[in-house]
Design a protein around this ligand. Structure first.
Ligand code: NDP
Length: 321
């Protein structure tokens, strides 16, 4: 099968397009013929080696397609079903063997490209706003990179739950997209002082929660944006990993909470059904808007990585297989 794979960690030059041995469905796995794969920042960490993976490896942590074969012990799916998943690697290719408990049916009315685009960032936004720090009416959330794939969805879900969003964005164009996604205010964090602006917008009180996928460059300032007993949710490393933290800072800055969650720990079989069901259902009934900004051919995955890492993108990037 054709795939994008790596034999060593490195820059975009290590991404190879070519023939790779097709997987088969082991027990409790489903072989999916892939129609579209979502591109995520985690793919760049796995390519670059920030997150080490066994090599050689086909990249890609989410996709959608049709069921091609069933491993022993699988129930609930049949050949030809339209399905989607996140957090099983190998979607930058024509086929992927996916653990059945990570797979969901794609509802009628949603195309496979939308499903591939929604799963990973959608379930991430869902667990962050519903489980890690469950937003309640009146909460104020600071959402970094609010025009990004995950940030747009977090902002919308905070609003769905009755919260207020202060978004950040790297340009005026991105700020407009963040506002469309429901951000009540947007701070241009490349030119404006984050802490000053957050304090101004919250009458000096600070926010209840920071959802931060940007990482190193925003962490310290973000702690200063929280009100006492607020929660810092650092969930990504777009600008690099957050350095070690002196825990005494948390008491000095107001008995703060810090967590570093990953979707992998919020996807029990029941949670996959709940989160993916909500996300795909909300897209279907237009409560949630998906923005697929760029589509690439599979062989052009390197361009997608370069665009994502270069801060050139808004919303979601998808590879057509
Ligand atoms: P995005 O679409 O949000 O793209 C990243 C954005 O981060 C950029 O567009 C840019 O927006 C901002 N950014 C700020 N500084 C930098 C920098 N130095 N280099 C690159 N980008 C920068 O990507 P994703 O939605 O795919 O992912 C967002 C974050 O969420 C990532 O860190 C990812 O790892 C994390 N994530 C974590 C998960 C988890 O469970 N822990 C699951 C899913 C995603 P701007 O120009 O507006 O600043």
């Amino acid at each position: 099968m054709k795939a994008i794979y790596i034999e060593q960690h490195g820059g975009i030059e290590v991404l190879k397009y070519g023939d790779f041995a097709a997987p088969t469905a082991a027990p409790n796995q489903v072989l999916v013929k892939i129609a579209a794969a979502g591109v995520n920042f985690i793919d760049t960490y796995q390519r670059g080696g920030l997150y080490k993976i066994p090599l050689p490896a086909v990249l890609g942590m989410e996709g959608a397609g049709t069921v091609a074969a069933l491993g022993d012990g699988v129930s609930g799916f049949k050949i030809g079903d339209r399905v989607a998943w996140a957090m099983a690697r190998g979607s930058y290719s024509e086929y992927c063997a996916v653990p059945a408990h990570l797979l969901v049916h794609v509802p009628a009315g949603l195309d496979l490209k939308q499903a591939a685009a929604a799963m990973l960032q959608g379930m991430t936004a869902h667990y962050l706003t519903h489980s890690t720090f469950p937003i309640e009416p009146g909460h104020i959330a600071l959402v970094h990179a609010a025009a990004g794939g995950t940030g747009r969805l977090i902002s919308q879900m905070v609003k769905l739950r009755g919260g207020r969003v202060i978004g950040t964005a790297g340009s005026e164009e991105k700020a407009a997209v963040a506002k469309q996604a429901g951000a009540d205010d947007v701070i241009l964090y490349r030119t404006q002082d984050l802490v000053t602006e957050v304090k101004r917008l919250t009458d000096g009180k600070g926010v209840n929660v920071v959802y931060d996928g940007v990482g190193a460059s925003m962490f310290a300032a973000s702690l200063d944006c929280l009100r006492p007993r607020g929660m810092m949710v650092t969930f990504g490393n777009a600008s690099g990993p957050v350095p070690p933290l002196d825990l005494l800072q948390l008491s000095a800055k107001g008995s703060l909470f810090v967590t570093r969650p990953t979707l992998a720990n919020y996807t029990s079989p029941e949670e996959v059904k709940w989160r993916a069901g909500d996300v795909l259902g909300w897209i279907q009934n237009k409560k949630l808007s998906l923005m697929i900004e760029h589509e690439y051919d599979l062989k052009d995955a390197a361009t997608a990585h370069s665009d994502l890492e270069g801060r050139k993108t808004m919303g979601k990037l998808v590879l057509n297989i």
